[in-house]
Design a protein around this ligand. Structure first.
Ligand SMILES: NC(=O)c1ccc[n+]([C@@H]2O[C@H](COP(=O)([O-])OP(=O)(O)OC[C@H]3O[C@@H](n4cnc5c(N)ncnc54)[C@H](OP(=O)(O)O)[C@@H]3O)[C@@H](O)[C@H]2O)c1
Length: 245
C-alpha cells in the first residue's frame, strides 16, 4: 500500500496515517513544516509503516502541481491512495470585510485542492486503479452565517470530487469526498468543544481510511452527519434563517 498524504501535519491526516502505518504502508507525507513532518514520519515508522518519507511543499501554491505530483508518485514507485487533508478555516467576520481573506480561504481550500485533486485523478486514471480521498466539510452543505466563505470553498471542492468520481465511473479508480462534522483538532481550538456532535480526529480518521476502500462518492464523518445535513438542507429558508446554528 503506497499512500501520498497532502497536508500530513493535519490532526485528521496524522490519525489516518497511524491506521496506514499499522498496515505496514509506504507513506509520503507532504506539508510545509519540515520538523513536524519528520517527527510524524519517525513516529509512523515506529508504529509499523514500511517507510515514511517527507516532502516539503506549500500546498496552496498552484504552480507546477502536475510536475510535483509526478515526483511524489515516482518517489513511492506508484501510488494506491491519495489523501488531500490540508485546509484553513479562516475568519468569517474578517473575510466579510476584506476580499483578500476570501481569496486566501478559496486559494487554500478550493483552488489548490482542486488542482491537486485533478493531478491525482490523472495519475490514477493512467494507472487504471487507486483511490483519491479528499476532506471536505459539512459546512459545504448549506451556507451558515458563521462560516459561509469556508463553506463555499468546501462546497466547490465537494462538487469537483463528485465530478471526478463520475468521470472515474466504471474505470477502476475511485474518488471520495469525506465531510466531517465539527472535530477536535487545532483548527477548532478556542471553540466550545463540548457536546455530543463533536468527534475526535481518530473517529474521523477511521471513516477516512474506510472511504479509501469502499463507499462514496460522498461520505460523512461520523456517519450521522448524513442525516443531520439531509434535514438541514431540506429545511425551508424561513425556518433555517431564524435558527442560531
Ligand atoms: N476540525 C474540524 O472541525 C473540521 C471539520 C470539517 C472539515 N475539516 C477539514 O479537515 C481537514 C483537516 O483539518 P484538521 O481538522 O485536521 O485541522 P488542522 O490540524 O489544523 O490541519 C490543517 C492542516 O492544513 C495545513 N495547511 C494549511 N495550509 C497549508 C498550506 N498552504 N500548505 C500545506 N499545508 C497547509 C496545516 O499545516 P501547518 O501545520 O503547516 O499549518 C495543517 O496541518 C481540513 O481540510 C479541514 O478543513 C475539519
Amino acid at each position: 500500500m503506497r499512500v501520498i498524504v497532502l497536508g500530513a501535519t493535519s490532526a485528521i491526516a496524522e490519525a489516518t496515517t497511524r491506521l496506514y502505518a499499522a498496515e505496514g504502508a509506504d507513506l509520503l507525507l507532504v506539508g510545509r513544516q519540515a520538523a513536524k513532518l519528520s517527527s510524524i514520519a519517525t513516529d509512523l515508522t515506529i508504529r509499523g509503516a514500511h517507510s515514511a518519507e517527507t516532502a516539503i511543499h506549500d500546498l496552496a501554491q498552484t504552480q507546477g502541481i502536475e510536475a510535483a505530483f509526478g515526483d511524489f508518485v515516482r518517489r513511492l514507485g506508484g501510488v494506491d491512495h491519495v489523501l488531500i487533508a490540508y485546509g484553513i478555516l479562516g475568519e468569517q467576520a474578517d473575510a466579510e470585510r476584506d476580499l483578500s481573506i476570501v481569496e486566501e480561504i478559496a486559494r487554500v481550500n478550493f483552488n489548490s485542492a482542486a488542482a491537486w485533486s485533478l493531478a491525482a485523478a490523472s495519475e490514477l486514471e493512467r494507472q487504471g486503479r487507486g483511490s483519491l480521498v479528499v476532506i471536505g466539510s459539512v459546512a459545504g452543505d448549506r451556507g451558515r452565517r458563521a462560516n459561509f466563505v469556508y463553506g463555499a470553498a468546501k462546497a466547490g471542492l465537494a462538487v469537483l470530487v463528485e465530478g471526478i468520481a463520475h468521470r472515474f465511473a466504471d474505470h477502476g479508480p475511485r474518488a471520495v469526498i469525506v465531510k466531517p462534522g465539527p472535530t477536535i483538532t487545532p483548527m477548532t481550538e478556542g471553540f466550545d468543544r463540548n457536546g455530543p456532535l463533536w468527534a475526535t480526529a481518530s473517529q474521523v480518521a477511521a471513516v477516512v481510511r474506510r472511504a479509501a476502500d469502499r463507499g462514496g462518492p460522498v461520505v460523512y464523518a461520523p456517519w450521522f452527519w448524513r442525516y443531520i445535513m439531509l434535514t438541514i438542507r431540506a429545511m425551508p429558508a424561513r425556518i433555517f434563517n431564524r435558527m442560531n446554528i
